[in-house]
Design a protein around this ligand. Structure first.
Ligand code: FAD
Length: 410
């Protein structure tokens, strides 16, 4: 790990989608930026894998789309879900006004490695792995740096701006005591893997049955499985035993019945708690929160990564000049919240509607499911499937790269 500089333009806590994209964009605009990631690598299986058409558009604007598409990925043109035994199509991406009219599925660690490699082509980009932000350094009511725990010991990093991009359990936002509004979620997700064979279905998919929602993400050699349960019911599932759980998985994916024994015990099943919340103020002098640290997203619609990346693009657009010129003020940080709060509110509203109107009723039912009217309309009128495609694929207020490329990459 390199020696810390005397002072950075920006120190970003968290090397997820928001943090890595912001680090790359600021370095590209010649702002000295240090990204801190507490893990040793990006290889964690609890991340979403979706890269949306609006994110692909950003990659196009940055001139790195071709390189990205050269990496192994799947291109999904349409979304459908299986409700009981009925296949219900609900989103069609092929009409979107973007270069890529599909959603790309790529393991998120590959995407983050890709962003890190793009960032490292600029001399102003610095990335410390195994570096955990544990506290804020404050002087005269202003945040001026971060306390970082590294394998070499504790370090103080000083920066004109500290960005909390450390996800939904953000240490930075907690240390900054920023006010937060909770919205709640009726579900949690059990996360585990089952091996994949060539005769399995090719695409990622979701299935809704009374009392159960099951999502399968194709990760080539294995299925990443998300088993959605009513919040707080893991203990009763455990009490019923791992065999009963395996049987429930086999019912949801009968073609994988021969492999459910790979779930050897509850140790192979991770609980991902779902929370939905939003800061009412995203900043303080010298500090800004972005992505899930500013607004923890539900997995509904698989849009949280896109929103986090769009936050990063907007922040780079608004902050790279003030940072490069050493004139960053609180009003600049307020502009970022102003720009991104409305798309966040709109997206979370949509997620909460789906949670309340579809997910909670499905999880609460023990008898056959009745399709909600909106889903029946989507199944019947293909043109309507462009609306969810737009919401999921592009989102509300897509951002475009306006931060300058001050020095071309090596
Ligand atoms: C079960 C589940 C499934 C989901 N599936 C999808 C999906 O398929 N598609 C989608 O778009 N969204 C999905 N989401 C939402 C999505 O994961 C988030 O909205 C998105 O990851 C937010 O990105 P981020 O960069 O803000 O934070 P994160 O992705 O959480 O990244 C934060 C990073 O900060 C690091 N970190 C944390 N604390 C510190 C610290 N103190 N110091 C240094 N580093 C730190 C973490 O290791 C992590 O790398 C899902 C959410 C859940 C709960």
């Amino acid at each position: 790990m390199e020696e810390p500089k005397k002072r950075y333009g920006c120190c970003v806590a968290g090397g997820g989608p928001a943090g890595m994209m912001l680090g790359f964009l600021l370095a590209r605009a010649e702002v000295e930026v240090l990204v801190l990631e507490k893990h040793a690598d990006f290889l964690r299986d609890f991340r979403g894998d979706t890269i949306h058409p609006s994110t692909l558009e950003v990659l196009f604007e940055l001139g790195i789309l071709e390189d990205f598409l050269a990496l192994p990925h799947q291109e999904v043109l349409r979304f459908s879900a299986q409700v009981g035994e009925v296949q219900v199509p609900f989103a069609d991406f092929t009409h979107l006004p973007t270069h890529c009219k599909f959603l790309a599925f790529m393991p998120q660690w590959d995407f983050l490695d890709f962003l890190a490699a793009c960032g490292k082509r600029y001399p102003a980009f610095h990335l410390w792995m195994r570096a955990e932000a544990v506290g804020l350094i404050e002087e005269g009511g202003r945040v001026v740096g971060v306390e970082v725990v590294t394998p070499e010991g504790k370090r103080d990093v000083r920066a004109d701006l500290v960005v909390g991009a450390d996800g939904r359990h953000s240490t930075v936002r907690e240390r900054a005591a920023l006010p937060v509004r909770e919205f709640g979620a009726p579900m949690d997700v059990l996360w585990f893997g089952i091996s994949r064979t060539p005769s399995d279905p090719a695409a990622s998919m979701g299935r809704l049955d009374p009392g159960r929602i099951f999502v399968l993400i194709n990760r080539d050699r294995y299925w990443q499985c998300g088993y959605v349960i009513p919040k707080g019911t893991l203990e009763s599932l455990r009490a019923a035993g791992i065999e009963a759980f395996r049987e429930s998985v086999a019912q949801a994916a009968p073609w994988a019945r021969d492999r459910v024994g790979e779930i050897r015990s509850w140790d192979d099943v991770k609980l991902l708690t779902v929370q939905v919340d939003r800061l009412t103020r995203w900043y303080r002098p010298g500090l800004l929160c972005l992505g899930d640290a500013a607004h923890a997203m539900s997995p509904v619609g698989g849009v949280g990564i896109n929103l986090a990346l769009q936050d990063a693009v907007a922040a780079a657009n608004l902050l790279s000049a003030p940072l490069a010129e050493g004139r960053l003020g609180v009003s600049d940080l307020a502009k970022v919240q102003k720009r991104r709060e409305w798309p966040t509110r709109a997206t979370q509203w949509f997620q909460l509607q789906v949670q309340q109107r579809i997910i909670a009723p499905v999880l609460g039912r023990s008898t056959s499911l009745e399709l909600p009217l909106i889903v029946r309309l989507l199944a019947r009128y293909p043109i309507l499937r462009r609306i969810p495609a737009r919401l999921i694929g592009v989102g509300v207020r897509p951002e475009h790269v306006r931060s300058p490329e001050a020095r071309r990459a090596a």
